[in-house]
Design a protein around this ligand. Structure first.
Ligand code: FAD
Length: 469
């Protein structure tokens, strides 16, 4: 809840409070510290992880030092156009351009802060016209979180865990004065601040809110962090913040079932495909993984089979999630179509027809009914790999509107004096839909807006009055 009180006394005061210790919150903290202010991070969990730790840690950026070194010619303008095209022009072009411009400086800054990112050039993600994904060695968000946490410890940044922020305090000028935290044993503490940064992601972990705002995913598996319960959006609503694209989200159409491991979408862009229990394709798989989630859960029994080849399997072995799925037995192997049919019970004649059609699409003899472009796809190499997959909700993309200082704005476009937001708490770059999400833009807005929020909040603090009291 938001509690309005004119002169609230707090147990202790920090210049900046950051709610949430995911990628956004940790970047905000590092950036605030770099600009001379000691922030306090409050995290509900005992160990910080968030959706950031669950992620594949692929972050797109245009014009980075790594791209230049690899001879990749990319610019923020080209990147911005890709983001705008993916969302069919329904996102905020100013914010898209701002984030694209900040993408390379932010990735370079993360690398300077010892986050182990490398440029990924083994495959393209749908909608990206250049190699611009930057990923950790095993493509896992735990590597990102470990690196950021290590840096915050080195910088002696205060982090209080098991601290669920339950209420925030404002005065009549809509200035945030502090927060209330509730400990696991029910104890309540109040902490004052001069600025507040909301880095507590969206509402994927709140089934009531998902039902209300994203009904099409209300029965889908939620694959993100369950502690993300929409608190930033609830507080924003109460103080009259502008909130946009609330029904927008990132889904994913390839979570193995029932093992629950993730298949990266490069399997598709390299020539993989999905068939329903009848052995028939049902969509253009390479539009994007987000929109595929609904297509998958709309099929009989809400699952389908994904089929890929041995070349893609080799690329997959770079991904910890993929190796995990292989080790758990989620991925099956077959030497021919007969074996796939016999193991999956998909009708052989239908499956053979699907494989044969794909060969024809590839050699341009017939056009794909779903509009997929197969022109650069090589013939599949054996053995074949396949897995039963379902669609899932990964994170919500609607949220608080912010300006280019990451300040939350009200319904008239006016910035709240000392309230900031980033990552999943802020409106994303996807527009209002399930199909607007361009791969990697979840972490991108987390790290860029986190860095900007930390910097601008710190710059506004009177350094002579930033002592912790
Ligand atoms: C399986 C999976 C794979 C993904 N892969 C990628 C990828 O490769 N690239 C990409 O760009 N995006 C990816 N994403 C999306 C990405 O993970 C998120 O967009 C990003 O992590 C959001 O960062 P954040 O800091 O805003 O939120 P989080 O990392 O979720 O951090 C929010 C933190 O706030 C805490 N919190 C919440 N409420 C409170 C409260 N009231 N009080 C105190 N603490 C609170 C939470 O416990 C959490 O630790 C993936 C998502 C999933 C689920």
């Amino acid at each position: 809840m938001v509690l309005t009180q004119e002169k609230k006394e707090f147990d202790v005061n920090f210049p900046i409070i950051i709610i949430g210790a995911g990628a956004c919150g940790l970047c905000a903290a590092l950036s605030a510290k770099e600009h001379g202010v000691n922030p306090l991070i409050l995290e509900r969990d005992r160990e910080p992880s968030g959706s950031s730790a669950l992620s594949t840690c692929l972050i797109p950026a245009a014009g980075t030092k790594l791209q230049k070194k690899a001879g990749i010619d990319d610019t923020p303008e080209v990147f911005a156009n890709d983001i705008i095209n993916k969302a069919r022009n329904k996102n905020d072009p100013n914010m898209v351009r701002f984030i694209s411009n900040e993408s390379a400086p932010t990735i370079d800054w993360l690398i300077d802060n010892n986050v182990p990112l490398k440029l990924v050039t083994s495959f393209f993600y749908p909608g990206h016209s250049q190699y611009r994904m930057h990923g950790s060695p095993n493509r896992t968000g735990t590597e990102l979180m470990e690196a950021l946490l290590k840096k915050t410890q080195e910088k002696k940044i205060d982090l209080i865990t098991s601290a669920l922020v339950t209420n925030i305090f404002v005065n009549s000028t809509k200035t945030i004065t502090g927060v209330e935290i509730t400990r696991p044993n029910g104890a309540i503490e109040n902490i004052g601040c001069k600025s507040l940064i909301l880095a507590c992601n969206g509402f994927g972990g709140n089934s009531e809110m998902v039902k209300k705002y994203i009904p099409e995913m209300s029965n889908a598996l939620y694959f993100g962090h369950t502690g993300n319960r929409g608190d930033a959006i609830k507080w924003g609503n109460e103080i009259g913040a502008s909130i946009s694209d609330i029904g927008s989200y990132q889904g994913h159409g390839a979570v193995t079932h029932p093992h629950g491991t993730l298949l990266f979408w490069g399997l598709m862009t390299q020539g993989g495909f999905q068939v329903n229990v009848n052995g028939e394709r049902f969509s253009n798989e390479v539009r994007g993984y987000s929109e595929q989630a609904v297509d998958v859960i709309s099929q009989k029994n809400s699952y389908v089979w994904e089929i890929w080849d041995s070349n893609s399997h080799e690329i997959g072995m770079d991904f910890a999630d993929y190796r995990n799925g292989a080790n758990l037995g989620a991925h099956k192997i077959a030497n021919d179509i007969i074996e796939i049919s016999s193991l999956t019970k998909m009708p052989l004649n239908k499956l053979e027809k699907t494989f044969s059609n794909i060969n024809h699409y590839r050699s341009n003899k017939i056009k794909d009914n779903f509009g997929r472009d197969w022109s650069n796809i090589k013939p599949m190499t054996k053995p074949y790999f396949f897995a039963k997959v379902t669609g899932a909700l990964f994170h919500t993309q609607g949220g608080l509107d912010v300006n280019s200082s990451a300040q939350v704005i009200d319904k008239n476009g006016k910035a709240f004096p000392n309230l900031y937001a980033g990552g999943g708490a802020a409106r994303g770059l996807s527009g209002p839909s399930r199909w607007g999400y361009l791969s990697g833009n979840g972490l991108l807005t987390a790290v860029v807006l986190g860095k900007i929020a930390g910097q601008t909040a710190a710059e506004k603090i009177d350094k002579n009055d930033s002592e912790i009291r």
